[in-house]
Design a protein around this ligand. Structure first.
Ligand code: PLP
Length: 385
């Protein structure tokens, strides 16, 4: 059976060029970048070259890039690192209700340590409400953290406007760019971001490698203590092959990103238009236009997303749902809930996220299969009776 991967927001296949670039750093250039001998120098050179590529990609300086172990770690560092380093100035943080768990759980853990967090709602189109965000600002606010694009419904947030709001109130601004880094153009100066998180495995790089951009002069504590790696900001021997792969993945993205966005938008729109036109009571989640080029997230009345996923998987198609199975019942995602979607409809949500390796034929086949599955499931659904 042919397999079709439409879950690129969860992770991507490592690009063959990335894999090739990483290989020598396992077997030939395996030194510790902190070592003084030639093995160390070779590893250090590769590390700094990846740092230079990453910095240029977002219009920052290499000294402002810290390599981490994941997007989750970068988010944790941005939020906890700013909160603890600036608690004398204030103990209040603003974020949105539709953030990834890496941000939300970091905030929850700070609340347990006495910090105050405001969770700004998003509108039904999946865009964070700026009026509410402005209203949430207090004298004690030290950080605003809002994602660049939502991982479930793909909506792109007004980060430049938020950057201006943060700047004019003298508040640090962190953007979780895990879903956009390598897919959309990012300029930290234009956006006015002080901190930014990214993760290699979302752009055809390896898993377990992330980065955080920290604007020079930002008062922030490290999350991991130990050696003096990463300019004293992230102790641990660096994952050299992983970072080399990240650098290569960024290089490929800077070359191909615009072309790929055009191609993926075309495929995405075929899928969206096809689903809405052929499947009764199907709805696109999130704004039709302010969305990632690769994201098509739907809700279907009367059926559960998990059932659709199983049906798709049996036909070789990988997608994901916006629900999480907790204690035997399907709990709709916090994102769909917070944009005001009814539980029944939110349970019937499915996310297709396209990538570099998808084709028109794959999208046509997926649409065909999806129509059949939904028809079958609705015939047996007690909700349609
Ligand atoms: N933030 C967002 C928006 C994400 O989509 C993800 C991963 O799905 C993360 C953070 C966490 O990244 P990682 O998987 O590298 O820990």
């Amino acid at each position: 059976m042919k397999k079709i991967y439409l879950d690129n927001a969860a992770t991507t296949r490592v690009d063959p060029e990335v894999f090739k670039a990483m290989q020598p750093y396992f077997s030939d250039f395996y030194g510790n970048p902190s070592s003084v001998h030639s093995f160390g120098h070779e590893a250090k050179k590769a590390l700094e070259s990846a740092r230079l590529i990453a910095a240029g990609f977002i219009n920052s300086d290499p000294q402002e890039i810290i390599f981490t172990g994941s997007g989750t770690e970068s988010d944790n560092m941005a939020i906890k690192g700013i909160a603890f380093a600036n608690h004398e100035k204030g103990n209040h943080i603003i974020t949105s209700a539709i953030e990834h768990h890496a941000v939300l759980e970091s905030c929850h853990s700070l609340e347990k340590s006495g910090f105050e967090v405001s969770y700004v709602p998003a509108d039904p189109d999946g865009i964070v409400n700026l009026k509410e965000l402005k209203k949430a600002i207090k004298k004690s606010t030290v950080l605003i953290s809002v994602m660049h694009a939502n991982n479930e419904i793909g909506t792109i947030q007004p980060v430049s406007e938020i950057g201006q709001i943060a700047r004019s109130n003298n508040i640090y601004f962190h953007i979780d760019a895990v879903q956009t880094f390598g897919h959309l153009k990012i300029d930290v100066e234009d956006i006015g971001a002080d901190l930014l998180s990214a993760s290699a495995h979302k752009l055809y790089g390896p898993k377990g490698v992330g980065l955080i951009y920290v604007r020079r002069g930002t008062k922030i504590n490290p999350l991991i203590n130990g050696g003096s790696q990463e300019n004293n900001m992230r102790a641990s021997t660096q994952n050299v092959p992983g970072i080399v792969g990240f650098g290569k993945a960024i290089e490929l993205a800077s070359r191909n990103m615009e072309k790929e966005a055009i191609l993926q938008t075309k495929l995405r729109d075929r899928l969206i238009d096809g689903v809405i036109a052929t499947i009764d009571r199907s709805y696109l989640n999130g704004d039709r236009f302010k969305r990632l080029p690769n994201n098509a997230s739907f809700s279907f009345d009367f059926i559960e997303g998990e059932g659709i996923l199983l049906g798709l998987d049996m036909k070789g198609i990988a997608a994901s749902s916006g629900s999480a199975c907790s204690s035997g019942s399907m709990e709709p995602s916090h994102v769909l809930k917070s944009i005001g979607m009814a539980n029944q409809l939110a349970r019937g949500s499915v996310r297709f996220s396209l990538g570099r390796f998808n084709t028109r034929e794959e999208i046509a086949y997926t649409l065909e299969v999806l129509v059949e599955i939904i028809d079958k499931l609705r015939k047996i659904s007690p909700l349609t009776k």
